[in-house]
Design a protein. Structure first.
Length: 187
């Protein structure tokens, strides 16, 4: 008698095929790339936002410093002529300033990232300046006329623009903020 051996049913060992492994690796690679890109973009955005905040704070500080000075001294304190500084040559802030944490452009001649723009032509405060950013030409002394005279001694409003230009994480960046300062008139 012949014994029948029972054949065991073959168990199918189901594993990953080469194609399934490749598809899995591609999906994993794409997900890793997207995650890395998102993290990198978030870091870059954070650094850029921090630089912008530093520049904005610096401009606000300049305006606050100007508001704390005697109004009629502002031109002498913040123009580009060190010889007319109120406390002697080279003692005033001047029109250029540094900002801690921001780097000047390569090749920047003065090495400062900040600049104050006033409506000056050849050292004279003029109403007829063509500076649209400062809404000029305009009447600065309240006589309702725009003329080509020097108004250093009789201005009642002073348009000011602070520009900060720096070489940042995302390349060259610029911030411009303008304001109008006003002096109290004696009655």
């Amino acid at each position: 008698m012949k014994t029948q051996t029972r054949s065991r049913p073959r168990r199918k060992h189901r594993g990953f095929t080469l194609i399934e492994m490749m598809v899995s690796l591609v999906v994993l690679s794409v997900c890793s790339y997207l995650l890395t890109s998102t993290i990198s973009a978030t870091i870059a955005h954070s650094v850029t936002q921090r630089e912008q905040a530093v520049a904005t704070d610096a401009a606000a500080n300049v305006f606050e410093d100007m508001r704390n000075e005697q109004f009629l001294e502002l031109l002498r304190l913040y123009d580009d002529d060190p010889l007319n500084d109120p406390l002697g040559p080279g003692t005033a802030a001047g029109m250029n300033f540094a900002v801690t944490g921001l780097t000047p452009f390569d090749g920047d001649l003065d090495g400062f990232v900040g600049r104050i723009t006033l409506p000056l032509i050849d050292g004279e405060l003029r109403e007829d300046c063509n500076l649209p950013q400062l809404e000029l030409p305009r009447d600065l002394n309240g006589d309702t006329m725009v003329d080509a005279k020097d108004h250093k001694d009789d201005f009642i409003i002073l348009p000011v623009m602070v520009t900060i230009e720096w070489d940042g994480f995302a390349g060259k960046r610029t911030l411009e903020i303008t304001t109008m300062l006003a002096g109290l008139m004696e009655l």
